[in-house]
Design a protein around this ligand. Structure first.
Ligand SMILES: Nc1ncnc2c1ncn2[C@@H]1O[C@H](COP(=O)(O)OP(=O)(O)OP(=O)(O)O)[C@@H](O)[C@H]1O
Ligand SMILES: [Mg+2]
Length: 254
């Protein structure tokens, strides 16, 4: 049996009197793509933030690649191999597409040499530049490498975000609503690119997403959260056919 890459056990999180997550357990195998869906307020974003270290746990443990990470700061989890996109775009105007990826690569490797770069000494290593080029090619962004990010459409901007998350070659990519604001064409393209990334890099993916079509196209397994608990998990078709899921999530009576 393959060891799990991520094991979250008994996760509990409260906000005042609200129990956002209640003793929830969640696992991701190496290379596996898992979708997380559920009604508004079910706890999806809270789970995502708890796994990343953006929220402190009130109970439970998180182990990544055999290492207990639930008390580690966000950046240490990143160094261990968890890449993520931000729900809100965090792109820096004045920087090009390639710059964004380069800074992410250097930040990950701990070789970000801001003071030297400000003095125009030192620069990216050939290895860092090669990795940026490789990721740009995988995302189909080669032609936009030298463009400032502020001129990009939302679809391309989201791909830059994905590219940043991929720098440092994470073993797990966590994506929060990557299709948010995209039209149907860009969403389909994003699904294809996510599948390409998985094939090329063998990266495990956790996808919090409202667009069921995108989820179906990308994931191996679906988790449905409801009131901070895991209502169902399994192959997408089985889960979506589940009576409880249809009632809770899809709003379809039994
Ligand atoms: N910072 C916070 N302070 C207080 N309550 C919060 C906070 N964050 C989340 N909650 C509450 O915790 C519960 C879970 O919220 P969460 O944002 O995780 O749901 P979600 O499944 O991501 O919903 P959506 O589909 O609307 O994004 C909700 O009742 C929400 O109001
Ligand atoms: Mg949310």
């Amino acid at each position: 049996m393959v060891d799990q890459l991520l094991v979250a056990h008994g996760i509990t999180k409260q906000f005042g009197g609200i129990v956002a997550l209640s003793e929830l357990s969640f696992e991701v195998a190496p290379g596996e793509a898992v979708g997380i869906v559920g009604p508004n307020g079910a706890g999806k974003t809270t789970l995502f933030n708890c796994l990343l270290g953006l929220e402190e746990l009130d109970g439970g443990t998180v182990v990544f690649d055999g290492v207990r990470i639930d008390e580690l700061p966000v950046w240490r989890r990143g160094r261990l191999g968890i890449g993520r996109t931000y729900q809100r775009m965090e792109l820096f105007s004045g920087m090009t597409v390639a710059d964004h990826l380069l800074v992410a690569e250097q930040a990950h490797a701990g070789t970000f040499r801001l003071w030297r770069d400000l003095l125009h000494r030192g620069g990216p290593t050939p290895g860092e530049l090669a990795h940026v080029e490789q990721v740009l090619a995988l995302l189909g962004l080669e032609g936009l490498a030298d463009r400032p990010v502020e001129g990009l459409g939302l679809g391309h901007a989201r791909l830059v975000e994905l590219g940043r998350a991929m720098m440092g070659s994470p073993r797990l990519l966590m994506l929060d609503e990557p299709s948010s604001g995209l039209d149907a064409t860009d969403t389909i393209r994003l699904a294809g690119i996510l599948n390409d990334v998985r094939r090329a890099e063998g990266t495990a993916v956790v996808l919090v997403e409202h667009d069921l079509h995108l989820v179906e196209t990308v994931v191996d397994r679906l988790c449905v959260l409801d009131f901070g608990r895991m209502l169902a998990t399994g192959p997408v078709d089985d889960v979506l056919a589940d009576t409880e899921v249809r009632r809770a999530y899809l709003g379809i009576g039994s």
